[in-house]
Design a binder for this molecule. Structure first.
Ligand code: NAP
Length: 517
């Protein structure tokens, strides 16, 4: 069950939003009395309540907004109990002063906004002695491992315990706590109304993560990265699980660069079945597994970790396969049949812009398929190093427009949301008939691709590649074919919601920073 926290300054808004939450399917709502600017009118708030409620009134010391006296606050909490609310939230030092009465269930809570203390079990033991029906223990995560300790506590507790960690490093524990026995989790009214760091909205918790379907047998997958909050991977992997009715959930794991190895050790406790891997961990994961699938060692980077039937970990690079398959789509014949990447790239002149992780994987693919590759990069030394590594040509960033290319691939982040009015290649350098591939997927129609279309080039978008790399991962994770169209539709819908404003804008011709001939 998801409990939605509701805090408004006016009674009227609190009541209206409570009704709206009930219509949206909320089953439990926390009424934060401390948010009200006038003395809470319990009868008005509770009389026709459309869902069961938790009544909570936090003091300033608990990061709440209550401005009245302590006696008055406790009187309100007692009044809520007399009104037979379903739950009342009592902080550790308050619980002993407010006795059990009637049917109201007691949530005895402990919050630590600074850290996840080492003595979590001792705190839990103390809360157990305060006549709780439910214990709520919420702390700030400074490492992903803090969240693991919290989930272990939830699992081992004899008293039903709502336990998760705050902060981005703890976000996954808010989603996964139900798997380990938490009676509910907390979410916000909408994305813009976070009441605690790392909180997810009711809509995301329900629709993306399908929190209510998560149980002890749900298999865990996720994306390892830092940052990871912007990742679209949870959207499309979870949409695919939902479409095929799989008891799996895919969550964002924010893991700082220096904590990867330790975190993966700790995550074994959760029995995570597979990971997508993104910046900054793509190179580091290669040394953490023994088995490689495809040219992982050659590329020196992986974006997928998965287990085989013997629970051996493998690393693979689905960017490599996905980029080559996406490029080959540009060579489709009249019947819509695409050539193989080798057939498409053999003998073609290819210019890759950028020398980061994606450029490395794609560059390797172009070379393996017989393309004549040139790389270029803003930081020239990286272009020289990559050219040496791949055995290809390089050109300075300033001279990139002087190269003729049959195929031009953007592997830089120039043009990515929100910098949508930038392009890595001037419009007047583009020639009719070129194949132009932008690996950026947000927005789908980058300025670079818009210019390419105006110039009569064939274009391939990063959405094609992103969905294909996720589909390859899905197949490794589940052993089943991926529902490609569903994943594609989901991604396009979300991206167009983000970029709809950009799409409406006119193409700023010649807006590139260096539009010299
Ligand atoms: P990365 O390793 O951080 O590399 C970034 C590259 O962009 C570097 O070559 C960097 O040049 C260059 N760059 C950054 N800002 C620039 C600027 N203002 N002007 C010129 N060059 C600039 O990133 P990555 O993982 O390779 O990702 C690169 C792109 O691929 C991103 O845009 C990402 O959206 C896209 N991507 C797409 C997919 C997909 O499935 N479609 C998957 C992953 C990534 P310096 O070396 O000079 O810093």
């Amino acid at each position: 069950m998801i409990c939605v926290s509701l805090g408004r300054t006016r009674h009227k808004m609190m009541i209206v939003e409570h009704q709206s939450l009930a219509q949206r399917g909320a089953e439990l709502v926390e009424l934060r009395l401390d948010w009200l600017s006038h003395l809470p009118d319990m009868t008005r708030l509770l009389k026709e309540r459309p869902t069961p409620v938790i009544v909570t009134c936090r003091r300033g010391q608990d990061k709440g907004l209550w401005k009245g006296g302590e006696e008055q606050r406790q009187t309100l909490l007692r009044a809520a109990i007399v009104s037979e609310v379903e739950y009342v939230d009592l902080e550790e030092d308050t619980a002993g002063r407010i006795p059990r009465y009637g049917k109201t269930k007691r949530i005895v809570s402990h919050h630590d906004f600074e850290e996840t203390p080492r003595d979590l079990e001792a705190i839990h033991e103390r809360l157990c002695k305060l006549d709780p029906d439910i214990i709520k223990i919420v702390t700030m995560a400074h490492t992903p491992a803090d969240s693991i300790r919290m989930l272990q506590l939830v699992k081992e507790s004899r008293v039903p315990t709502v336990g998760f960690c705050m902060g981005e490093l703890g976000a996954f524990s808010r989603i996964l706590c139900g798997k380990f026995g938490s009676p509910f989790t907390y979410a916000t009214f909408n994305k813009d109304r976070q009441m605690a760091p790392g909180q997810l909205s009711f809509e995301d918790m329900k629709r993306i993560y399908r929190y209510d379907q998560i149980g002890p047998d749900t298999e865990i997958f996720g994306v390892l990265g830092d940052p990871v909050g912007h990742s679209m991977s949870p959207l499309i992997h979870n949409a695919a699980y939902k479409a095929l009715g799989l008891n799996k959930v895919y969550v964002p794991f924010r893991v700082p660069r220096d904590q990867l190895k330790h975190t993966l050790e700790q995550f074994k406790w959760m029995d995570v079945k597979g990971y997508s891997v993104t910046i900054p961990h793509k190179e580091a994961v290669v040394s953490l597994v023994q088995n490689y699938d495809g040219p992982v060692e050659q590329i020196g980077a992986a974006n997928t970790m998965y287990q085989d039937a013997d629970q051996q970990w493998w690393a693979s690079n689905s960017d490599y396969d996905a980029a080559l398959q996406s490029l080959a789509q540009a060579g489709k014949d009249a019947d819509g049949k695409a050539p193989t990447p080798e057939e498409f790239l053999q003998g073609k002149k290819v210019l890759v812009l950028g020398c980061g992780g994606v450029a490395r994987a794609i560059g390797m693919g172009v070379m393996n398929c017989g393309g004549a590759l040139t790389v270029t990069n803003r930081t020239h030394t990286r272009a020289v190093d990559l050219a040496k590594h791949l055995g290809c040509q390089q050109v300075t960033w300033e001279n990139r427009g002087s190269q003729y290319a049959d195929v031009l691939i953007n592997c830089t982040s120039v043009g990515m949301h929100p910098g949508v009015n930038e392009s890595p290649f001037a419009e007047n350098w583009l020639r009719e008939g070129m194949v132009v591939f932008d690996t950026i997927y947000n927005p789908e129609q980058t300025l670079f691709l818009k210019h390419a279309k105006l110039r009569g080039c064939k274009t391939v978008s990063g959405v094609e590649m992103f969905v294909r790399q996720a589909a390859v991962q899905f197949e490794k994770f589940t052993g089943q074919p991926a529902p490609l169209e569903i994943m594609q539709r989901k991604l396009r819908r979300v991206i167009s919601a983000v970029t709809v404003k950009d799409e409406d804008e006119e193409v700023p011709r010649g807006a590139s920073p260096e539009s010299k001939p």
